[in-house]
Write a protein that binds this ligand. Structure first.
Ligand code: COA
Length: 433
């Protein structure tokens, strides 16, 4: 059968699409800006028909109706990365979290740690050969479609067609729901004086020709503000957002000096505004691959002169980094932090930066602490940590002793907390600070 006929024969309504889900199934949902919002809505509207259906996904930007109070009768929500819409569900016990490196999620699906019954995704309209692009989110989604028993796709004419290994043929989709809605937008984070100071320090470690990985939040965006006078930067990153567009348009990001995939921005998902989505559409500079490729430390390390910039919640005086919980409360996940910290750690000329504001809770809490909060998860170990940056400066911990690390970290802590940290230093090391 010609692909156009296959396509037509598989178009169904959202309600009909979700009627193929059985009690006890595990559903893997597309996430971030690629959330299949129409089908998710149908799933929640039909909740009375479901019992014990597991839903697995990462970043929640939309409604996340299946995680709301009362939904636990119908859905077991298994978060692979907790976000503000899903924090309450996980920390109140009606949902759960699975610790996992981002690059290993496809393996969890494909090697039956988490067998996938149904993959629900959002894709672009098909091209003349019958291939739909996964658009803004490839990461674990393409791999999930490759091992799911049933694939349900929301075909959205607003989804950009992004190149790379980022396509699914209509013959591999079992049920198609046609939609036309704007892609979820993530507005640029607010950048204040603290973020600017951190951005300046980070920029001082970046040289012409470097390849960058940028994590989530205001800090990576602030770093980009200070890179306007650099030359021939490249990108190999888990995600990108609007800041990258500006630097490509200014001729700063050219990818020409990359040792791996020269000339190309390599990325596994992206979130931003319509400006970003228009920029990536059919753009030969952008290559999307699944996360088990982009984030695999063995792939990351093929880039030379790579700089990874990520953030955290707390760091102790030994350099142990918690990026995902406040005490026992899970507030996000490991995501790709360790994938890149480890990959960049092995790159020729690699530099890995953890960039944070020195305080949280409007200055009431220091992020640099003697001991991590009880129950905090260690995301990046003290053996992996390299640079730590706050608005007060740069600490380099790799190759440093415990005393040297503590001294450097106290030196970049907020002045209001230094006295207490010095007391801890002197008690612990029986040495004058
Ligand atoms: N003590 C108590 N609460 C703290 C805290 C601390 N030390 N540090 C942060 N928080 C709270 C904030 O107040 C905020 O609460 P709110 O949402 O109720 O306002 C919440 O935790 C998130 O902190 P914030 O500083 O706003 O987060 P961010 O958007 O700058 O992101 C991380 C920071 C660490 C959460 C984020 O970078 C992350 O999830 N990292 C792990 C994954 C990763 O690095 N991936 C990299 C590749 S993309």
């Amino acid at each position: 059968m010609e692909w156009k006929e296959i396509y037509k024969s598989r178009v169904v309504s959202p309600d009909d699409a979700v009627s193929n889900i059985k009690n006890g199934d595990r559903i893997v949902l597309g996430h971030a800006a690629g959330e299949p919002i129409t089908i998710m809505e149908a799933l929640v509207n039909n909740k009375e028909k479901f019992e014990d259906v597991e839903i697995d996904h990462m970043i929640a930007l939309g409604e996340s109706g299946y995680a709301k109070l009362g939904m636990e009768k119908h859905f077991n929500y298994n978060s692979l990365f907790v976000g503000s819409p899903t924090r309450d569900a996980v920390n109140s016990g009606r949902a759960d979290y699975t610790p996992c490196f981002f690059h290993e999620i496809p393996r969890l699906f494909k090697c039956n740690y988490l067998p996938v019954d149904v993959a629900i995704v959002q894709v672009s309209t098909p091209d003349k050969h019958g291939f739909c692009s996964f658009g803004v989110s490839n990461d674990y989604i393409k791999p999930a479609t490759e091992c799911a028993k049933i694939v349900i796709a929301e075909v959205n004419d607003k989804m950009p067609r992004i190149l790379g290994d980022n396509f699914i043929h209509v013959s591999d989709i079992d049920y198609i729901v046609e939609t036309s809605h704007p892609i979820i937008e993530l507005k640029p984070a607010k950048i204040g004086d603290v973020e600017k100071a951190i951005g300046k320090h980070c920029a001082s470690l970046i040289q012409d020709g470097d390849t960058l990985q940028l994590g989530i939040g205001a800090i990576p965006d602030a770093v980009l503000l200070f890179l306007k006078d650099k030359k021939d930067l490249g990108i190999h990153s888990e995600m990108i957002s609007d800041g990258v567009v500006e630097l490509v348009e200014a001729g700063v990001i050219t990818n020409k000096k990359k040792s791996y995939h020269p000339g190309k921005i390599v990325v596994t998902f992206l979130m931003g505004t319509k400006r970003l989505y228009d920029f990536v559409d059919d753009n030969p500079m952008i290559e999307m691959y699944s996360v088990d490729y982009v984030n695999d430390p063995r792939v990351v390390m093929k880039n030379s002169n790579m700089v990874a910039i990520n953030s955290c919640v707390q760091i102790d005086l030994m350099g142990q980094i918690c990026s995902e919980s406040v005490g026992i409360n899970q507030i996000s996940g490991v995501g790709g932090q360790v994938d890149f910290v480890r990959g960049v750690g092995k790159c020729q000329g690699g530099r890995s930066i953890i960039a944070i504001s020195s305080t949280a809770a409007k200055g009431k809490i220091s992020k640099i602490v003697p001991i991590l909060d009880k129950g905090a998860a260690i995301t990046t170990t003290r053996n992996d940590v390299d640079y730590v940056i706050t608005e007060y400066g740069i600490a380099r911990l790799r190759g440093k002793t415990l005393k040297e690390r503590a001294r450097q970290l106290i030196g970049i802590a907020h002045p209001n907390f230094r006295e207490e940290l010095i007391k801890e230093f002197e008690n612990r090391f029986h040495t004058k600070y």
